[in-house]
Structures are given as C-alpha cells and as structure tokens.
Unconditional design. Sequence first.
Length: 325
Amino acid sequence: MAAEALLEVKNLVKHFPITQGIIFSKKVGAVQAVDDVSFTVNKGETLGLVGESGCGKSTTGRVILRLIEATSGEVRFEGRNILTLNAKEMRELRKDMQIIFQDPYASLNPRMTVGDIIAEPLKIHGLAKGKERQKRVQELLEVVGLASYHARRYPHEFSGGQRQRIGIARALAVRPKLIICDEPVSALDVSIQAQVINLLQDLQKEFGLTYLFIAHDLSVVKHISDRVAVMYLGKIVELADKYELFDNAQHPYTQALLSAIPVPDPHYKRERTILQGDVPSPINPPSGCRFHTRCPKVMDICKVQVPESVEVSPNHWVACHLVRK
Ligand code: SF4
C-alpha cells in the first residue's frame, strides 16, 4: 500500500531581509535561511531532518507551523496549503500540529504550575473544562512517565529530562496528528536522551503520531527515524530511507557527517572526513553547490552550477554533480 502524505513541503523559501537606515530603512540583503526545500512526511512515520547549526532546519520547522511566515512555497497539511489560511482557520489547525522545543528550561513558564502548563492548550482550544480538564492533565502526566501529584509543582522542581516530559505532555494534550520535535534531546545528558527518544517512540505507536524530528547529529536520528533528510546551508542535499542513508550515503556532506559518528568497536577503524572551516554565512552563500567551499571532492562545475536533486535509486535523492540519474 502506498504511503499517505500528511505533510508536503514544496519549494519552501524563507529569506530574512537585512535592512539599513533608521528612518528610511531599505533592504540591503537577505539571510537565505531556507532555500527551495521540498519533502513529504507520511502518516505515522518519523522524518529526521539533520544538519549543523545554522543550516536552516529549525527555521524550516517554525515556518511549517507558521510561527514564522514563509517567503514563498507551499506547506500542505492533509492536502490543504496552510500558508494561505486566515488567522481563525490557522488557530483551528494548530491543535493538529504541535511542537516540542529544544530547551525544556526556556519553553515552560516558570510562574505556572505544571498542571496549568499542560491544561493551557486544552483551555485555548476549548477541549475540556473543570474536573474533566484536571483528569486529562493527570492522565497526560502518567502517559509521559510522571505522577499525577506533579501537577501542583513548578518547572524548577524538575530535572531536564522531566521538563522535556512536561513539554511532551503539553504537546500531546490537544491530540495532535503531527509533532515537530525541534532538537528535543540536544540539551539533555546522553542517558536521558535515550529515555526521551524511547518515550517519543512509544507515544508514536500508542497515538499514531507523525514526527518531523530535527537534530544536528545523525546518531540521534538513527534510532527514531524512518527516513532522513540532510540539510546544508538552507538546502536539502540528500534524502533517503534510514538504512539506505546510513549504508549508502552518496553526498560528500552526508558522508562526512557519518564519518564523525563514533564506532563502538575498538578494532574497527573508520576513515574520518574532517570538514574544513565553518558553515559559510547564509547572507552570501557560495555560488553553485553551497557545499563547494568545504567539499573534499569539489570540481570546477560545482562552483558555478547548482546541482539538481536526482533520484539515484527508489526514494533516494541526492543533490551533487558526482551522481547521475
Ligand atoms: Fe562536492 Fe561538487 Fe557534489 Fe557539491 S556538487 S557536494 S561541491 S562534489
């Protein structure tokens, strides 16, 4: 049976204008944070979106939810282009699309009890009142592995992993279809990361959730993702099924990211590709292939021509002049 798309992102662009002058400010450039990005997330799957900091992955997540407005492109949720919805239509849709933020310390209001934090989306969307709302909060706390009496406590009384569980309970409160997990484990200790990832997987099975899982580290998305998209400086450079990507990466950037993952076997020596320099500025990205200033396999054509994304094998897309259709 063919997979059914829940979210379709088509040619999405987000440029932040740079202006100069105080009274008559004029546009002098743009930060090209997201540039012509397309991908699909199917119902019930997890798509990992990976890249170094500043590659545009978190901006992509925020533009999909319209926390930031897109410059152009389409975001289709269940077939509807949500970038054209008015404020009321968007408010109704928000309960289907939730986000879990990277920093569980900053994303919870320190003046609210945990019970009020989790109840807030239920209140905003008019989903439960009084005793029923309280009961729902208690159920949600238990679902994420906390206790119902935690509802009376404040965020500062919890550890980082527990706070992320509170963030997950808040996102689940409105029974969403899609959750954008924006680096949900990056701020946590490695042992706690595994617990939160396992919890997200259990919840996905129980509630039929679909995830867009954003991370800067391929080893984090390996466990949870069905497919993985690799992003570099505002563009998707490779997208494939998880096993295909880990066993047969074709793009030099993906290969470099994979070579950086530590191998637990001391007898196995993997050749490591060290990328030179930092990610260039998205204000004035390199011409042609944006990776050409750091690519160990750069050719003359790479400096002048943008590589098209081609399907090298079924559902494996690569944007690099080294690959052919
Ligand atoms: Fe490297 Fe050229 Fe491929 Fe870009 S297009 S990744 S510079 S080989």
